[in-house]
Unconditional design. Sequence first.
Length: 95
Amino acid sequence: MSAIAVTVHAVAPPAAVLQEFRTLLNAARASGDTEPTAMTLATAGADGGISARTVLLKDVDARGFVFYTNLTSNKGQDLLENPRAALLFLWKALR
């Protein structure tokens, strides 16, 4: 079993976008959200089939959003076949 850190980005996000995300993440943490780093990760395999699951954000850096996965998992295989993904953070208290 091999675990890898995955950074989601097609092109490095602009610094202003990452800063705005960090501001929102800090607000979600301050709001008492029980798991502000929980995010829905949507991927598509080589066959175009779409899958979504909840994972935890581990870091945000100049390259993008970092989470961990197992290379042999469905999401790991999807990302190896098609390195594009979508993330969704549900921060209800920030509405």
